[in-house]
Design a protein around this ligand. Structure first.
Ligand SMILES: *[C@@H]1O[C@H](CO)[C@@H](O)[C@H](O)[C@H]1NC(C)=O
Ligand SMILES: *[C@@H]1O[C@H](CO)[C@@H](O)[C@H](O)[C@H]1NC(C)=O
Ligand SMILES: *[C@@H]1O[C@H](CO)[C@@H](O)[C@H](O)[C@H]1NC(C)=O
Ligand SMILES: *[C@@H]1O[C@H](CO)[C@@H](O)[C@H](O)[C@H]1NC(C)=O
Length: 431
């Protein structure tokens, strides 16, 4: 009896040491660190096999996690999850493969809308439910309160609602006693919004109200390109001494293709590595938009109806690399292993951003009072009576601007747009 108990203890001990959970990640200054003190750089993949929640099929997660490990990925981004589902199997599968997760708290019916923004308790509860479900997994790296809510200067009045969401979800996290999981925002890389949006969300000096990280969905590096021609030089200039971590929450322009992913070498190279924390490459599954790194089978007719087929693409099974893109990314990542600084030797050299004033079409005085829970935008903000007038006079973009904006938005939002037809029609996104 005694010896069998010991044997069990030994077995249990062995099992738990082999499957140690990944060290938790936190933000300091403009960098991420793992709890063992090492700086963390993201080699990420956008992962959304099905619209509602890709983290519920454990066997599928195991197959994908294993191939992602071969690819060299260490983070996935998931845009939509179901807080009521069981995620233990998938979260463990990714943890076992050394992969962290970045999770969007909003979903199709809770996201903050750009033209008619409001922020209310229904949204707080829905975002909070996702946090309740995921906070205990040590491989959760961060949460987003929104993806590309704002696409044009004349939608900038939605920005205080995004900041209010960050404020309330940070308070929710802290009141519940959850660890300090970073909470941030994923922006469309729209040149006319730079740098006002990133500055606004991080300005004011009150940490209870600012985002913990800022991320950009940028498709401006189309191989072959370089630091200057891709516009990354401008991104870098505007991000220097950024107050919080900044990274690419989508990248991977596929025009003309095949993709070489040479931007990865720039992001982890001398010019950017002190400022940026890495990127998420869009995307894991091959579908109609042609951004896939793997596929689960050949495209089938749009009309095929099967449980794991949607929109002409199989959404589960054995992942097969899409050649040469998968291998090109793998070769890039193989050669890129930035170490950065260790936390104990890091003294943040970051700036405090000035809150932008309403000029040149950006409509929000950065010092306006943030909306409280239950508030709907009424056309003006307190302490900013002139903002609306100033902006509307200058908010009309040129036709060229419109085209560029459409080309650079999240590839994920485009798909979302099919479901949110009424909203997207406002932007003329019908393809
Ligand atoms: C929040 O706003 C939405 C949309 O107007 C509405 O359906 C919902 O009932 C509101 N929630 C609360 C708590 O007022
Ligand atoms: C969109 O990306 C292209 C490069 O693909 C770039 O030339 C253009 O300036 C970008 N547009 C905006 C609005 O940022
Ligand atoms: C910081 O923001 C929080 C949340 O809005 C607020 O309760 C607090 O009073 C602010 N602190 C200061 C010093 O203004
Ligand atoms: C907002 O700006 C875009 C171009 O940037 C334009 O297409 C749209 O009509 C404007 N919307 C309003 C309500 O002015």
């Amino acid at each position: 009896m005694r010896s069998s108990t010991l044997a069990l203890v030994a077995l249990y001990g062995a099992a738990t040491t082999v499957k140690a959970a990944l060290p938790e990640i936190h933000a300091v200054g403009n960098k991420f660190f793992s709890s063992n003190g090492e700086q963390f750089f993201m080699k990420g993949i956008a992962y959304q096999l099905t619209p509602d929640d890709p983290l519920v099929d454990t066997n599928q997660c195991k197959r994908d996690a294993s191939l992602m490990e071969e690819l060299g990925a260490n983070v996935i981004r998931i845009y939509h999850v179901d807080p009521d589902a069981d995620h233990d199997g998938c979260m463990t599968a990714f943890d076992d493969a050394g992969i962290y997760t970045l999770i969007d708290l909003d979903t199709f019916n809770t996201q903050i809308l750009p033209d008619d923004p409001w922020w209310n308790q229904t949204q707080v509860d829905a975002f909070g439910a996702v946090m309740d479900t995921f906070h205990s997994y040590s491989n959760v790296l961060g949460f987003f309160v929104g993806n590309e809510v704002i696409l044009t200067k004349n939608q900038s009045e939605a920005a205080p609602f995004v900041k209010a969401a960050a404020r309330d979800l940070k308070a929710y996290r802290d009141n519940k006693g959850y660890r300090e999981i970073p909470i941030g925002y994923s922006a469309a890389d729209i040149r006319e919004l730079r740098p006002m949006l990133q500055d606004y969300l991080t300005c004011g000096g009150n940490k209870s109200e600012t985002i913990d990280f800022f991320a950009l969905n940028s498709y401006s590096w189309c191989d072959p390109s370089d630091f200057t021609n891709s516009d990354y030089s401008d991104l870098q200039e505007q991000a220097e001494q950024f107050p919080v971590p900044i990274f690419f929450s989508e990248t991977g322009c596929n025009v003309p293709g095949p993709r070489l992913f040479e931007d990865q070498a720039a992001i982890f190279g001398d010019e950017m590595v002190d400022t940026w924390s890495g990127s998420m490459v869009y995307e894991w599954i091959q579908e109609r938009n042609d951004y896939g790194l793997i596929s689960y089978g050949p495209e089938v007719d749009q009309t095929v109806a099967a449980s794991n087929v949607e929109d002409g693409f199989t959404r589960s099974g054995t992942p097969t690399p899409v050649s040469p893109d998968f291998y090109n990314l793998q070769s890039q990542w193989e050669t890129l292993s930035p170490t950065g600084v260790v936390e104990s030797e890091y003294t943040p050299d970051v700036s405090t951003r000035d809150c932008p004033s309403p000029t040149d079409g950006w409509l929000v005085d950065g010092n306006v009072r943030l909306p409280s829970i239950g508030e709907t935008f009424t056309g003006t903000f307190e302490t900013s009576t002139s903002a609306s007038d100033d902006g509307s006079a200058q908010a009309t973009g040129t036709a060229d601007d419109d085209d560029e904006n459409v080309g650079n938005v999240s590839k994920e939002v485009t798909r979302t747009g099919i479901l949110l037809g009424a909203v997207m029609m406002v932007f003329g996104f019908w393809l």
